[in-house]
Design a protein around this ligand. Sequence first.
Ligand code: CA
Length: 385
Amino acid sequence: MSSWLPIAADSGFGLANLPYGVDDNSVLVAVGDAVLDLTACARATGSPYADVVSRPSLDLLLAAGPSVWAAVRADIATWLTDPSYRPVVEPLLRARDDATLRLPFTVGDYVDFYASEQHATNLGRILRPGEPALRPNWHHLPVGYHGRSGTVVVAGTPVVRPHGQLGPGRFGPTTRLDVEVEVGFVVGAPSAQGTAVSVSAFASHVFGVCLVNDWSARDIQGWEYQPLGPFLGKSFATSVSPWIVPLAALSAARVPVGSAGRELATYLREDEPWGLDLTLELRRNGEVLSRPPYREMFWSPAQMLAHVTVNGASVRTGDLYASGTVSGADRSQWGSLIELYDNSEFLADGDDVVISATAPAADGTRLSFGDVRGVVKPAVTALQD
Ligand code: CA
């Protein structure tokens, strides 16, 4: 399958990817160096799915469920490969660099997990020296917490250095602002309250994958987090990539996860638990700090969704859950500054942080995720004592 549109083999946005985003007017699909105005294209081709992409949001498409996701994706591929569509479709392409991308869906509930054994071990050592790095529950359930969905922002949104309590009697702007390199999963089809989503039903509910930067104020976090977990040290901002890569694009990226073969509660058992072979990259001011490997995570995306719902809690269209910081065995694979610099170096005002990722695509190329960029802005002085 090849397109009438010239697409460089190393573009990262070939026909095997086709991620979705939005600008102020339309749903967009990234292809090569271009974006296709999906809203206009569905209308122009008389697509039966024109309604679900008629607004500049993925919300209706997410809610439409897996059969519509597959049909829309197949139509897009046809439009971009069948030369008879070229006269209609080509005028609806624009340069990708010119697109002003917005938060692509209304974020429902947001959950952040802690699914990397290496990260959990590194953090345990730093935050609780002298104690076992992993708590007794860690290998038995995907540890997580409910975050703040209202402060999830799209890539490019500046992040203002937060204020908070930094310790007993100490208040002010954080001096330990950090990043966490994570992978996010976007729920499309909802589940009913009082039911649990089984590991095998994962693909019936989850639409796609994005990148996440879970900005963290380590001094606020360290003072507040016991006994109820992360709170204001996390809730000031969480950045997501502007493109949502559909699960259908990631079939060639599936790999086993660390929990495979373990003795687990029944609801967490998968016949073949799979994660994704994403290679992430963390850059600060243009310098590569690390390349965290998502393939080394312990808990799978399906296990995390099963755990979120095992008590009967429902998921809604637009719910987002993130993996937790991705860290591999080697220092060059650690996904946060607290790990990379052993709790001694953090972000300065003006720092420009970018998280990117690639993964194997079905056509033998590597597909790209949209970058998550964020620049640190100085603290708002009006909040100071
Ligand atoms: Ca996190």
